[in-house]
Design a protein around this ligand. Structure first.
Ligand code: ZN
Length: 305
C-alpha cells in the first residue's frame, strides 16, 4: 500500500517501538479522520512478522484504543503483500530477543530451552497477542492484498472484517513442517471444517473470491479500489456509537467462542507444540529443517510458478 492511498487529512508518524527506526518503523501508525491505519512495514521481506513487529503492532493497537477520536482501525500491509507469515529466516529474525511484555501471559522465553522456551514465546507472541487483538473494543478491518500466508492469516483472522483485493491469496502451508496449521487455529471456524481440511491438507492457495464464498472474506474488490472501499466501510462504521460497537463486537465474539473457537484453539495449540517438539526431537529443529527459502520454494511450486 502506498501513502497516496490514504488521502491523509491528518497524519502522525509513530516512534512506536525502540527496535524500529523512527523514520521507517516496522509498523506505521497513521490517523485518517476517525480511522487509525496500522501498516505492517517490512515490505522487503513481504512483511514477515518478527517480534519487533508484533510488539510494535501491540503498541499501535493500544494507541488506537486509547485515542477517543479513533473509532475504527484498519490493518494493512506495505508493499507487494499483506503478510508472508512469521519471520523464519530474514536478517531481522529475533526469536531469541525479549521485549517488554504488556500482559502476563507466560514467562519470558529468553534463556529457556526446549518447550519451556518455545511454548512460552508462542503463547505470548503468537496466540496470546492475536487473542488480545481480537478483543480490541473497536472494529478492526483487515485490508488484504497479495499474500496472506500462515502467520499473516492470524493477523487477518484476529480482525473483525477482511476486505481483500482480487489479487489476494491465502494459504497455510505449515503442514509441510509436520505441524497442524498456524498457532491461532481458527481454520474450521473462519471457513468450514471440510474447506479447512482441504486448505490445510493441500497447502493450496485459496484466492480471495474462493474465501469470500467460504465466508472468510467479506468483500473482494479490484486492487485499485481496495483502499477507497475499506475507508468507505470504516467511515460508515465510525458513525455508530463506540460503546454500541464495542458491545456488539463482544457479543459476536462470545457467540463464536460458544461455537468452540477459544477452547478449540487451546486444544490444538497442544497438538501444535507436540509437532514442534517431535520435529526438534527427531530432526534438525522445531520447524522440520524448513527455513523461509525452502518454504517459499515449496509454496511457489505448489502454485505452479
Ligand atoms: Zn509454532
Amino acid at each position: 500500500m502506498d501513502d497516496k492511498d490514504f488521502h491523509s487529512r491528518e497524519v502522525c508518524m509513530a516512534g512506536l517501538d525502540e527496535a524500529s527506526d523512527a523514520a521507517d518503523p516496522v509498523v506505521r501508525y497513521q490517523v485518517r479522520g476517525a480511522v487509525a491505519v496500522v501498516t505492517l512495514n517490512r515490505p522487503e521481506y513481504s512483511n514477515a512478522q518478527n517480534s519487533a513487529m508484533t510488539y510494535a503492532l501491540d503498541d499501535a493497537f493500544v494507541r488506537a484504543v486509547d485515542d477517543d477520536d479513533v473509532r475504527v482501525i484498519v490493518l494493512a500491509g506495505e508493499g507487494k503483500h499483506f503478510c508472508g507469515g512469521h519471520d523464519i529466516g530474514t536478517p531481522g529474525r529475533d526469536i531469541d530477543v525479549g521485549f517488554p511484555r504488556r500482559a502476563i501471559i507466560h514467562w519470558d522465553h529468553v534463556g529457556k530451552q526446549g518447550v519451556a522456551s518455545r511454548f512460552a514465546r508462542e503463547s505470548e507472541v503468537y496466540v496470546g497477542m492475536c487473542r488480545r487483538w481480537r478483543e480490541i473494543p473497536k472494529p478492526v478491518i483487515a485490508m488484504v492484498h497479495g499474500a496472506c500466508v500462515a502467520g499473516g492469516l492470524m493477523l487477518a483472522w484476529s480482525c473483525d472484517f477482511v476486505i481483500a483485493s482480487d489479487d489476494a491469496f491465502f494459504s497455510d502451508p505449515v503442514v509441510r513442517m509436520g505441524i497442524p496449521g498456524v498457532e491461532y487455529f481458527a481454520h474450521p471456524w473462519v471457513m468450514n471444517p471440510r474447506a479447512a481440511k482441504e486448505f490445510l491438507y493441500t497447502g493450496a492457495r485459496f484466492d480471495a473470491e474462493r474465501m469470500r464464498e467460504l465466508g472468510m472474506v467479506n468483500r473482494v474488490v479490484p486492487r485499485a479500489e481496495l483502499a477507497d472501499t475499506v475507508f468507505a466501510v470504516a467511515d460508515k462504521i465510525a458513525e455508530m456509537p463506540p460503546l454500541g460497537l464495542a458491545l456488539t463486537k463482544k457479543a459476536v465474539n462470545q457467540a463464536e467462542d460458544l461455537q468452540g473457537l477459544r477452547d478449540g484453539m487451546d486444544s490444538v495449540f497442544g497438538l501444535h507444540h507436540a509437532a514442534h517438539a517431535h520435529n526438534a526431537e527427531v530432526g534438525a529443529d522445531s520447524l522440520a529443517g524448513l527455513d523461509a527459502r525452502a518454504m517459499a520454494r515449496a509454496n511457489k511450486r505448489e502454485a505452479g510458478q
